[in-house]
Design a protein around this ligand. Structure first.
Ligand code: CA
Length: 256
């Protein structure tokens, strides 16, 4: 039995090129194919969105000025849907405002036209290298993208925050079981392990900190929900609290 070298056994990274100028789209796509990537091309914003959703590429090369829906909007929509795919923006506009808008829309990198093909290919390679295995290391929700390797999060408003190990740990446990109720005990077990026993109050304090980062309104959380007397439930898509808080009942449950 022969085993393939690691580089060969891994499937090629897939790249979605979104560019409405056919000539440029062709040059980019041909060169990416030569580099060994699997390439799909989309020529406008709506098509880009549909293809991105359907194919779940590893990287999206996204032109800003597009028919139907511009690149910023396409990226914003996918980020809001919880997608953390790497995005490299291409734009003829090199103004600072556009760079900022690109980063706010959730871009990972930004290249201004005209650019050298060589630089383009290097950026693509660098992004994909940095990202493997990307999916497990990134979490996108509500327009935020959390990176578990760099301990940072890029927030929906474009700013960046540093997260602590515990904050990341709690977020990961909740996100892995998105939609389910995760008890404080379960959070304790997986984030603190067997050695230390934080009080449930400590966990609640970490939740408060996470909400300050990620909730548009900390008094009415739409992602990190309290399930009274039990624990917490995370929803990547913004949803108002389902379990209506009943402080009376919750107190009773906690004592039982
Ligand atoms: Ca264009």
């Amino acid at each position: 039995m022969t085993s393939l070298p690691a580089a060969m056994s891994r499937p090629p990274a897939s790249v979605l090129v979104v560019e409405d100028e056919p000539g440029l789209a062709e040059v980019l796509s041909e060169n990416l194919v030569e580099e060994g990537y699997e390439v799909t091309v989309a020529g406008d914003g709506q098509e880009a969105l549909a293809t991105w959703r359907r194919q779940a590429p590893d990287l999206v090369v996204l032109d800003v000025m597009l028919p139907n829906l511009d690149g910023f909007e396409v990226c914003r929509v996918r980020r809001a849907e919880g997608d953390a795919t790497l995005v490299l923006f291409l734009s003829a506009r090199g103004e600072t405002d556009d760079r900022i808008a690109g980063l706010q829309a959730g871009a990972d990198d930004y290249l201004t036209k005209p650019f050298h093909l060589h630089e383009f290919l290097l950026r693509v390679r660098a992004l994909l290298k940095r990202s493997q295995p990307a999916a497990a290391q990134r979490l996108a929700f509500g327009g935020h993208v959390v990176d578990f390797r760099t301990w940072t999060a890029r927030l929906a408003d474009g700013s960046e925050v540093q997260l602590s190990e515990r904050e990341l740990g709690i977020l990961r446990v909740l996100a892995e079981r998105a939609g389910e109720v995760v008890s404080r005990d379960e959070i304790m077990d997986s984030v603190w392990g067997d050695d230390t026993f934080p009080s449930s109050r400590t966990i609640d304090n970490f939740i408060v900190r996470l909400r300050r980062h990620f909730e548009p309104d900390t008094d009415a959380p739409v992602h990190i929900h309290t399930v009274w007397g039990v624990g917490y439930r995370f929803t990547p898509e913004a949803s108002p609290a389902v379990t209506s808080p009943q402080p009376g009942a919750a107190a009773g449950e906690e004592q039982s």
